[in-house]
Every structure is written in C-alpha cells, then in structure tokens.
Design a protein around this ligand. Sequence first.
Ligand code: FAD
Length: 357
Amino acid sequence: MAEAPKPPAASRAGMKKELPERFRDYKDVWVFIEVERGRVHPVSWELMGEGRKLADKLGCQLAAVVIGPKAETTKRAIKQTYHYGADVCYIVEHAALTDYRNEPYTQVLTNLVDTHKPEILLLGATPLGRDLAGSVATTLQTGLTADATELAIDDDMCLGATRPTFGGTLLCTIYSLNHRPQMATVRPRVMAMPTPDPSLSGRMVWDSFKMKEADIITKVLEFVSDNTSKDANLAYADIVVAGGMGLRNEGNLRLVRNLAQVLGGEWGCSRPVVQKGWATADRQIGQTGNTIRPRLYIAAGISGAIQHRVGVEGADLIVAINTDPNARIFDFAHLGVVADALTLLPALTEAFARRLG
Ligand code: FAD
C-alpha cells in the first residue's frame, strides 16, 4: 500500500508577525459539548481527545463547555467531560436552554468566552455545531476554520487548522493571527475517539443565564421525532460496504446493500451515485458526504478520487474491488481485488451468509 499524502506540518514561514499583547489574556483550549435532547454527540468526545493534545502542547488547561437545562442528562454530560480529559467544565443551566436555539446558545457561549477568554474554541461540524460556530465567531468578530481535518500548534503557539480547498485537490492551513479565540469546527469521525478514564475528575465553573425567555425570538412549540427516518448511520458504523459508478445502474446497488446486510454493516456510495439519484445524500461518503472510520470498508466500483479518499482514510481495513488494476483506490487500499464487482459482490454475500448465518 502506498503512503497516504501527509498534510503539511502547520507552518507559516514568511508571514510571521508579533502577536498582540492583549492575546496574553487568552488561555486554555475549549471544546463545546453538544448535548441534544439529553444525548452527547460523539464528535464532542473526539474533540476532547484532540483538544487534550493541543492543551498539552500549549501547556494549558483543557476545558469543556456544557450548556443545557438543569437535568440528570446535563449532570451526566458534565461528569463525562472529566472522563474525556477536561480539567475544568464551564456550565450554564437554564430551562430556556432545553432545546437548541441559536440566539440563547450564542449569547451564553459568547458571554463565557468574553469572561474567561479561551485561546482556542472547538465545535463539532454537525448541523447544530455549524450553526452555533458561525454566529459565535461573527458575534466575537474572530476567525473560524470550518471542517478542519487536522489541528496543530506551530512554533509560535498558534493554531494551524488544516482543511481541503479547491474541491479537495489541495490542503490549506489557516491561522487566525489578528483575533482570539482561534475557532474551528471538525466533522464527526475525522478525529479518533479517545478512551474515557472514569477515575478522572476536574473543576466546575458555573455561570448564569442572562436572557429572558420573552426576549428570545425563536420558540420551540413541539418536538416531532422523525420515527420513520431511515437515515444512514455511516459515520459510526463498524463495517461499511460502498458502491460507485462501476456498478453501472441503480439496481446493482442492491449487491452492496445485500453484502452490508449479511455483514451487519451499513452501505454507502460515491458522490456521482447520489448525483444520479440512485441513493440519498446521507449515503454519500467523502469530502462532501460522510467521513467514516469503520473497522472494515469495502469499496466496489469506486475509482478512489481524492474527494472520496479523504472520507475513508480513517478505516482500519480498506478492501477495494475494481476492474482497473491502475485505479487510484489501489494506492491506499490495504487489500485490492482486480475483479468485476457485479460477480464478486454476490459471491462474497453468499460465502459470508453461509459462514455467518
Ligand atoms: P468513477 O470515477 O466513474 O469510477 C468508477 C470505477 O469503477 C472505475 O475505477 C472503474 O475502473 C470501476 N469499474 C467499472 N466497472 C467495474 C466493475 N464491473 N467492477 C468493479 N469496478 C468497476 N466523490 C465522492 O465519492 N465523495 C465526495 O464527497 C465527493 N466530493 C466531491 C467534492 C467536490 C468539490 C468535487 C469536485 C468532487 C467530489 N467528488 C466526491 C467526486 C470525485 O471527484 C469523483 O468524481 C467520484 O468519487 C468518482 O466516483 P466513482 O469512483 O463512483 O466513479
């Protein structure tokens, strides 16, 4: 297997400048813990793992921010932040914070930042995190790197947030040299999940909620759960089987679905498959789709374009099936099979069904 291209080490040679004196007031790495309807989004813990590395490099504390109602679920989330390495947890609890609403959450988070001045603030690039990060960065008038794929501290102790650019053909490292905090969002599964340590504990810092419900424009009248949703849970699946344009037509996607089902995994696809209307967008894997980190990824009839590759590189084992021995996917697959997916997929399904069933 060929070496995956490494993003450049965070470096801003040639653009060095003295950092303003006021930046000295800013310290610590913060992670916003996304708690929605009592459930912590796993990306928050992935960010705690990454935040710990940044804090250790900076020689500062790692802090978690938990915002929500006064409830058992909030209490549980606070406790978990320590297990995932938080030295301190900033907490704001109020009934008005039960459901996510941009206005109160932005106010709470910007108030906390104004008071305690973190050097770095990280959020998950989820629908909630993206919404909140944008409004917090705008309110604080600071820079935000969206969808970062690598975070590193440079020689001047500045955050370099690396992300794909120009349609994924290049990687760029973005620095926030004139404003603090340095903000970034990171998509689920881009960073590895750390192992929690239940013996760890830390400090709690409480702050109050300063808005009045009457002043909040958005009202949550009712929460309607989409029970019928068949949304794919690709990001956190252990086994993923995906099909690309090599499958030739929509009907042949069932070969991918069948194998995924027999293996107890999820199925996905490349972007053109979605663009053809053969699958819904939640099945797409890659730069503009899901990032996955399964134990096993089987890619059938997928060429291995860079935009697909960046979404699957975290997989433990990548198996590629392609008729073209020169397909780019063989550059990064751990196991390559030069074969017709239309005959190999059903054969694998049958063999696994016999063995596992
Ligand atoms: P193709 O490139 O057409 O490859 C089909 C492959 O199937 C070929 O390698 C062929 O040899 C093989 N094949 C043919 N017949 C068989 C057979 N019978 N059995 C086995 N193999 C066979 N793409 C993504 O996937 N995800 C993204 O998130 C994404 N985001 C993008 C974002 C931007 C801004 C841009 C510009 C592009 C993006 N793309 C993305 C598109 C990407 O560049 C590629 O075009 C795409 O991944 C190719 O899809 P494919 O491999 O299915 O199709």
